[in-house]
Design a protein around this ligand. Structure first.
Ligand code: BG6
Length: 504
């Protein structure tokens, strides 16, 4: 794999949780995989008064806690390349300190002035930091490349996303901006591209002539944990559907790109967003729910409104299911269903392609649901692919039974499965933006989502259904699925385990 150019990774919000739990441990993983450049330094930036030495100790402990460490000496050696600069992020003048620190490191390491700026701060700073970097000439690429990574959420609605894009683009051009959507960094999400475009057998069937509907489920068993304050002003649609799940929709529905090059893929994804039919009837096409207290495996679990940081009268949705259409030649008239919820029975994300039944059923024992072949692409956990099809039950007559053909990633032993952050950080280091969201795509996704949020806010008659924590969400969501006898697939942890009983 490509080794990146020598560079400095500057992390804004370096004393925060993301840096400690994810970024630095994943960067160390890149080190273990020999994917870091020969000369590489991390400059942490934050409001805290922290010496280089204190930052190194903190990150040393973080790596030991969140990575599998074989050799502590190597970690000690690695963190010698860590530095910290205290600034008031809201003060334009303070960015002079960042500039002089970068210039000092560039001289000390004798490298080009290649710099990544990673914004791991509260979203309210996503506009300010690029502006002040620009003011201090730190987006300028005369002496080396400059890239900026922006964490999610990218905007709160369409208008704020447009403004944020505009504001960042005053200092950085689109090719320098890397908007993280960590779902795109997941191996199995990328495999959607490979499954579709490296096989001759799926693509001819991947359209309105053979597909009955497509279902995408992202379930989480946890509640909002300690993020009640953030979540209450966000909700399931903003937190998961606008970004992660719509990106998956785009990869499932897009046309074949002409090459594996970034803009080629991102152009096709954008076309999907532009083809999303605006939702005509929010009440009928979108179901929202909120978990209420219940017992899971005999243990009492509190409801969403009782969670810390959550308004006791909150109307924020912790579950949403959406039915929509993609108006283009490939998908005209085919419904797509996307659902996400917290405090559901298990943690699972998967795409299910339901194929149309045979035009005439000669085997009477087959029910309509069983007559449909299904391809299940499991994003997580038990990553893999499952194809369901009818087989003859051995013996007299022609009884048909649905059977499974499955592939599990875990069967590929000795393969290092890179985590999402590891993959995405490395991609940015080598200048590959394919798996980052482009500005126009983010705006197009908001354009689709905005009317849902506006309607919910303005129309009090739209119900918010309660569902007991630990169940599959409001029952009304079952009625979304078009067609008699059809309902969602209720998946288990194990990909091929989809009988009526399973370990949750
Ligand atoms: C984050 C959301 O972006 O994704 C969280 O803010 C959610 O609420 C998380 O739990 C899910 O990510 P993953 O990788 O655990 O499926």
């Amino acid at each position: 794999m490509n080794k990146p150019d020598n560079h400095i990774l500057t992390i804004f919000g370096a004393s925060g949780d993301l840096t400690k739990r994810k970024l630095v441990p994943e960067i160390y993983e890149l080190k273990k995989q020999n994917l870091l450049p020969d000369k590489f330094a991390i400059l942490g930036i934050g409001r805290k008064e922290l010496s280089d030495e204190a930052f190194r100790n903190k990150m040393y402990n973080a790596i030991l806690e969140f990575n599998n460490i074989d050799n502590k000496e190597n970690v000690k050696e690695f963190v010698k390349n860590f530095y910290f600069q205290t600034i008031d992020t809201k003060s334009a003048d303070d960015y002079a300190k960042v500039k002089s620190r970068i210039e000092g490191l560039v001289a000390e390491y004798s490298i080009d002035e290649n710099v990544i700026f990673y914004l791991s701060t509260p979203p309210s700073l996503y506009g300010i930091i690029p502006e002040y970097l620009g003011k201090h000439n730190l987006a300028n690429e005369d002496k080396g490349w400059k890239r900026i990574i922006v964490e999610k959420p990218f905007g709160y609605d369409l208008q704020s996303a447009i403004e944020l894009n505009k504001s960042i683009k005053q200092s950085f051009h689109e090719d320098q901006i890397y908007r993280i959507d960590h779902y795109l960094g997941k191996e199995t999400v990328q495999n959607l591209l490979v499954t579709r475009f490296s096989n001759g057998i799926f693509e001819p069937l991947w359209n309105r002539n053979f597909v009955q509907h497509i279902e995408i489920t992202s379930a989480e068993s946890l509640g909002v944990e300690n993020r009640g304050g953030y979540y209450d002003s966000s909700g399931a649609v903003r937190d998961m559907i606008q970004n992660h799940l719509l990106q998956i929709v785009a990869l499932v529905a897009m046309e074949p790109p002409s090459s594996i090059e970034s803009n080629s893929i991102r152009n096709e994804m954008l076309k999907v967003f532009h083809s999303l039919r605006p939702i005509e009837n929010i009440k009928e096409q979108v179901i929202r729910g909120q978990y209420v207290s219940s017992k899971i495996k005999g243990e009492a679990v509190q409801g969403y409104r009782e969670e810390e940081g959550v308004d006791p009268n909150s109307k924020t949705e912790t579950y949403a299911a959406v039915k929509f259409y993609i108006d283009n030649w490939r998908w005209g008239g085919i419904p797509f269903y996307v659902r996400h919820g917290k405090r559901l029975p298990t943690k699972v994300t998967e795409v299910v392609v339901h194929f149309k039944p045979t035009p005439h059923s000669i085997f009477k024992s087959q029910s309509l649901g069983e007559a449909c072949n299904r391809l299940v692409i499991r994003i997580q956990p038990d990553e893999g692919i499952l194809l369901k099809f009818g087989m003859k039950v051995p013996g007299q007559g022609f009884s048909v039974q649905n059977v499974n053909m499955d592939f599990h990633y875990k069967d590929l032993s000795n393969v290092h499965l890179a985590s999402a952050y590891e993959r995405l950080l490395h991609d940015c280091m080598v200048g590959d933006s394919t798996l980052y969201a482009r500005g126009d795509a983010v705006e197009a996704a908001w354009e689709f989502i905005d009317p849902i949020l506006k309607n919910w806010k303005d129309d009090n008659s739209i119900p918010l259904f309660g569902y007991p924590a630990g169940t599959w969400g409001p029952e009304n969501a079952d009625d979304l699925i078009e067609g008699a006898h059809l309902t969602w697939r209720y998946p288990c942890k194990n990909l091929s385990d989809d009988g009526s009983y399973c370990e949750l």
